[in-house]
Design a protein around this ligand. Structure first.
Ligand SMILES: [Zn+2]
Length: 276
């Protein structure tokens, strides 16, 4: 009889522990939404790396951090788990940014950048991806950002930026307009415009699984329509080669000024390829 009583107690205790464990797991899940997806936000540049081109008036690193922080706030309010690769004016090496991204499993990586080029007239929004499974996210973000910004649409592009190539989770880099274009620079310096950019990027994250399939506009790319753009792996070039690549780009940029081809964005600059 005593044995039976002991067994009953043991059974009751086991059942109680199982019930509490399940309840706890449900409660933890209830605190988050979106299948516990983690959004790793990467504000481009920082610290000694201002971003942009030499002599650029507006520091790209300040604009990227501000949009990244606004995006963090929008996503956190929507219940997402957000991680920032930097949350102040510090320099974070690209390898560290990638390592942070790759330390999360159910996650996506969003890099925020602004563009720059020698030609002041160049403008527009462009969105980059590298791995095929990043394309729906890139298309969705681009769709919303272009839709919400008065800037022109430079398209979704495939390119091997270090942070896009080395990340093992879906990764997208958004160039939110040209800080060397007077009109787009004025937009970027307006806090409500930066808030709008953050909200559109967040809308793209939320719509990442639906935009590509349900809409057929020119703002949405397909994997067939996007050739891989050339890049230079900056992690494998020496300092002297970098200087050479910078000079040769300047020559190219000057030549392109007189050609009828579209603006030569900094994205084509070998010296700037490593981050965007
Ligand atoms: Zn940049």
């Amino acid at each position: 009889m005593r044995k039976l009583f002991f067994r009953s107690c043991l059974f009751a205790a086991t059942w109680l522990i199982t019930f509490l464990a399940c309840a706890d797991s449900r409660a933890t899940k209830g605190n988050r939404t979106s299948d516990d997806l983690t959004i790793v936000i990467d504000a481009g540049h920082g610290g000694h790396d201002r971003g942009g081109i030499p002599g650029q008036r507006i520091a790209e690193k300040d604009m990227t951090l501000d949009v990244a922080q606004r995006l963090r706030n929008v996503l956190t309010a929507a219940g997402y788990h957000v991680v920032m690769t930097r949350d102040s004016d510090v320099f974070v090496p690209l390898g560290t940014r990638v390592a942070i991204a790759n330390s999360y499993r159910n996650a996506i990586f969003i890099c925020i950048h602004f563009n720059a080029t020698q030609r002041a007239g160049a403008g527009g929004i462009e969105t980059y991806f590298f791995s095929r499974d990043s394309l729906p996210l890139a298309s969705a973000i681009h769709y919303y950002v272009v839709g919400g910004a008065p800037s022109s649409n430079r398209g979704v592009r495939r390119r091997g930026y270090y942070v896009l190539r080395k990340t093992s989770i879906p990764a997208v880099l958004v160039e939110c307009g040209f800080l060397t274009n007077p009109t787009e620079a004025a937009y970027a310096q307006n806090s409500s415009y930066r808030q709008k950019l953050a909200e559109e990027i967040a809308a793209g994250i939320r719509g990442r699984n639906t935009v590509g399939g349900s809409l057929s506009t020119t703002r949405v790319a397909t994997s067939e329509s996007i050739p891989l753009q050339p890049y230079i792996d900056q992690t494998k070039v020496s300092q002297s080669e970098r200087r050479h690549s910078k000079r040769s780009h300047k020559k190219t940029a000057r030549k392109k000024k007189h050609s009828s081809k579209p603006a030569s964005s900094k994205a084509r600059s070998g010296s700037r390829d490593q981050e965007g």
